[in-house]
Ligand binder design. Structure first.
Ligand SMILES: Nc1ncnc2c1ncn2[C@@H]1O[C@H](COP(=O)(O)OP(=O)(O)OP(=O)(O)O)[C@@H](O)[C@H]1O
Ligand SMILES: [Mg+2]
Length: 251
């Protein structure tokens, strides 16, 4: 189907004998902004990394616009990983971090064409004022914007964001979500964003994926947050928790 961005069929991922994801089936249309929610260890990062192709599934298939994910051009996907492992004391400025998204190495003398691409995205993300600062002098939120710029600079058709707002204040988180949202609308980009912030997921995304090793729910955000879905998502396998989620009072 032409409008299908990501198709996941019977996906199981095991690490040795440990099952991280079990029999996931998902058809994700082009242009959707989707939040992925689930408890710690429920396989959210594993799902993104498997879509990206850095984890090979134990079973099942993933296609991106009809092509097996291991055969697509890397530029098609922009990825912001969960752990920002960059050593903040690395002697570089913001511009060089973003540039590494297209030249794949640190470059002190970029080509003008590449620099222009970088400056265009930096402007769109409102990061111009700190792009020439050393990374050591940037706040968490500013660094986060530059990571997002780095993921967007090659104009990917799919964006995978693993907790992009962690450590970022409410205003900055809202800004990031608005930026991602308007970028997605402008370019019909499909966005999968892992978050622990239900309120933000509810307000800024269209559809919700609830994950707890298996797929608990995928669909419209207005149907996602039923008590039954949330109990199934946030209860540990085999445990019986008498938890009530009053989410509708929070959003
Ligand atoms: N490379 C690996 N080798 C072995 N086990 C792994 C590996 N990567 C992940 N796991 C395990 O798979 C499970 C799912 O991990 P994953 O990182 O996908 O969870 P998550 O939902 O992203 O959690 P969090 O909310 O804490 O980020 C965890 O139990 C984790 O320990
Ligand atoms: Mg994770």
């Amino acid at each position: 189907m032409e409008n299908l961005a990501i198709e996941i069929t019977n996906l199981t991922v095991k690490f040795n004998h440990f099952v991280a994801l079990e029999n996931i089936n998902l058809s994700i249309p082009k242009g959707k902004f989707i939040a992925i929610l689930g408890p710690n260890g429920s396989g959210k990062s594993t799902l993104l990394r498997t879509i990206l192709g850095v984890i090979t599934p134990t079973d099942g298939n993933i296609t991106i616009f009809g092509t097996k994910n291991s055969n697509i051009k890397p530029e098609m996907i922009g990825y912001v990983p969960q752990m920002k492992t960059l050593d903040k004391f690395f002697p570089a400025i913001g511009l060089e971090l973003v540039l590494s998204g297209i030249v794949h190495k640190w470059s002190k003398k970029p080509k003008l064409e590449d620099k222009n691409k970088v400056m265009e995205i930096i402007e769109q993300l409102g990061a111009t004022s700190f792009v020439n600062k050393p990374l050591t002098q940037l706040s968490g939120g500013q660094l986060q914007r530059l990571y997002l710029a780095r993921a967007l600079v090659h104009k990917p058709q799919i964006i995978l964001l693993d907790e992009p707002a962690t450590g970022v204040d409410f205003v900055c988180e809202t800004n990031l979500n608005l930026i991602i949202n308007s970028y997605s609308t402008l370019h019909s980009t499909t966005v999968l964003m892992v978050t622990h912030d239900w309120t933000s997921a509810y307000h800024h995304t269209e559809d919700i994926i609830l994950l707890n090793k298996d797929l608990v729910f995928y669909g419209d955000k207005n149907e996602a947050f039923s008590d039954e879905n949330l109990k199934h998502t946030f209860s540990h396998y085999g445990d019986k928790h008498n938890v009530t989620f009053n989410l509708h009072q929070n959003v």
